[in-house]
Design a protein around this ligand. Structure first.
Ligand SMILES: Nc1ncnc2c1ncn2[C@@H]1O[C@H](COP(=O)(O)OP(=O)(O)O)[C@@H](O)[C@H]1O
Ligand SMILES: [Mg+2]
Length: 329
């Protein structure tokens, strides 16, 4: 993959001694018995394409997920076992459930599965729930809602699905589904509380769950990262509310809150006229650099710790760590 930061970015790597590799959009995955080695790369995916590489993104995602797994382990068990390198997690291998849970605290978003998109198209009964007339974009919901989607096979699109359909189709057993929904809401509340301490609003987020071999329910993949979530700065959200109140009726476009997540890149593409039709233009160097600052900034706001970059080049460091650990001696 082309990159303007060849020695500072991490596109992924092939490690033959770990056996066959499976690649998601962002992670490279190797299986070892009942464990997974999840290597988080710097790939940035949006509009169902990998747009390019963002320096430090992989490390931020891996270390933020670890932070949150530790912060939420009293709510639900998770797959995290250890992180032998800043970009690597070793986790318990699971059978992932075929649905993802998106929890939303605000009515927002521009993609077709987002609440605001559907609401703005005139729908008032969305994801099996009733919404009143008169809501505005980015308004906080009276309470967070769960909007599930099916988990698409590689290359496919996630499809909307209601809780009733999930149970009726036998995708998840009723009792388990109820437990998962309660868990997701509890995780979301914890995320909002903790993010608020760093001046961020957790707007919405996605959770994945799996069942371990012994039947344990585990939170898997990642949690409350800027890839799986939207974060707004609390101060900018307050400004937007003030501004909208003043400008109501003047027909002005609402200003967007300042975001510390992937939406930043999506909005920059949308401003240049790209909204997902055809192949996307590659990620420009300055946009990659700005996105990098958003990702490391997000880490710092949420954890309250400075971001400390691991040794470069990342690929050499990851390879050497895993070779020492798993390679043939
Ligand atoms: N503990 C786990 N057990 C099984 N699969 C997992 C586990 N944790 C994450 N995964 C899966 O590994 C993949 C992570 O790679 P990623 O690049 O995020 O994929 P995607 O393109 O699907 O987002 C996802 O498909 C996720 O469902
Ligand atoms: Mg993923």
């Amino acid at each position: 993959m082309d990159t303007c930061f060849p020695s500072q970015t991490f596109p992924g790597l092939d490690l033959d001694f770990l056996g066959p590799k499976r690649s998601g959009k962002v992670r490279d995955i190797y299986e070892r018995d009942d464990q997974l080695i999840l290597i988080t790369t710097d790939r940035l995916s949006a509009f169902d394409h990998i747009l390019g590489l963002v320096p430090f993104k992989g490390q931020v995602l891996n270390q933020l997920a670890q932070f949150w797994f530790e912060e939420t382990s009293d709510i639900v068990a998770n797959h995290f076992l250890e992180s032998p390198d800043p970009n690597v997690t070793i986790g318990r291998k699971c059978r992932p459930l075929p649905v993802e849970l998106v929890v939303r605290g605000y009515i927002s978003g521009v993609t077709k599965t987002s609440l605001w998109y559907r609401y703005s198209q005139g729908e008032r009964f969305i994801y099996g729930m009733e919404f009143p007339d008169g809501m505005s974009k980015n308004e906080q919901l009276p309470q967070p809602v769960i909007t599930p989607t099916t988990k698409a096979e590689k290359g496919g699109h996630d499809e909307l699905i209601t809780s009733r359909e999930i149970v009726e189709k036998g995708l998840v057993e009723a009792g388990l589904w109820e437990r998962i929904c309660e868990t997701a809401l509890a995780l979301f509340v914890r995320g909002q509380e903790k993010a608020a301490r760093g001046g961020l609003l957790l707007v919405d987020t996605k959770y994945e769950f799996g069942l371990a071999e012994d039947g344990d329910l585990l939170l898997i993949d990642e949690i409350h990262t800027p890839d799986s979530s939207r974060f707004w700065t609390e101060s900018s959200y307050r400004e937007v509310l003030d501004c909208s109140a003043q400008e109501e009726g003047k027909g002005l476009r609402p200003v967007e809150p300042e975001n510390y997540d992937k939406e930043f890149v999506r909005l920059a593409y949308a401003e240049q006229g790209y909204i997902g039709d055809g192949p996307p233009p590659p990620l420009a160097v300055d946009l990659a650099a700005q996105a990098s600052l958003r990702y490391t900034g997000c880490y710092e706001f949420l954890t309250g710790r400075p971001f400390v970059a691991g040794e470069m080049p990342v690929a050499d460091r990851v390879a050497s760590c895993l070779r020492t650990r798993f390679g043939r001696q």
